[in-house]
Design a protein around this ligand. Sequence first.
Ligand code: SF4
Length: 273
Amino acid sequence: MTEAKQPSITVRASSWAGLFDCAYRWEGIHILGMRNTVGLRAALGTSVHHGTAVFDQSRLDNAGLKPDDAAGAFIDKLHDPDNEFDPSKDDLTMKNAEIIGLSLTTKYCMDWSPKYDFVAVEMPTKPLDIDCGNGVVVQLTGTMDRARVSKTSLGVGITDIKTGASAIQKGEANTKGHAAQVGTYELLYEHSTGDSITDPAEIIGLSTRGKPEIATGSIKNGKQIMVGTEDQPGLIEFASYMFRTGNFYPNPRSLLCSEKYCPRWNSCIFKGD
Ligand code: SF4
């Protein structure tokens, strides 16, 4: 009988997508433990996620919470965030953050959430081991942060909520760069439940800049991007190579390549000027 290999590295599933954005930044944060403070705009996003998740969980549990309760949960989180933020990092005042967040949270609860038949909200997942070769095993753990599982006539699919200044572009949710995340969640859902994902993933974008706006966009091949095809390797194979060799590639074209979002900025020689 062969013994199960112990994981060499444990990472939160929700961080996995960042590996394919700038792997060098990801290594700085998740392996070397580098941290940077975020601005109020990031705290606004986290708080809107919290308010909407409280509401959707209540729908699942038949707990009867109203949009007003979700708005209250949003305000509580904004004023008592899990992580400290630096108000000087953004051009946003607390008053404006409240106005934007209250409007988005309420709009989501009243107009968008009722369109979905959710079967799970921020679902915990069973650890998934990825054997990278050379004795390196990466274990994905944690919950599907910010995502829901929803049911339609096509079966179950991932519905991922994204907030941000560019969450909506040309009237549709911006899906660019989100396929790795939803693909990871699709794999984890199937691994955790034994059920297949058969519905395309959907991004619900909540725009935190300009007028509060919500729109959707779909991602059809997230899982395939992760596992590849018969002829082409998927992102898991590229990731395995990075973990096996320790070569984490920089990406100075990442949207997060800035002093504000990257804790490796000061020491990174790849960012250019
Ligand atoms: S500064 Fe840019 S290239 Fe360097 S690690 Fe950060 S995001 Fe990547």
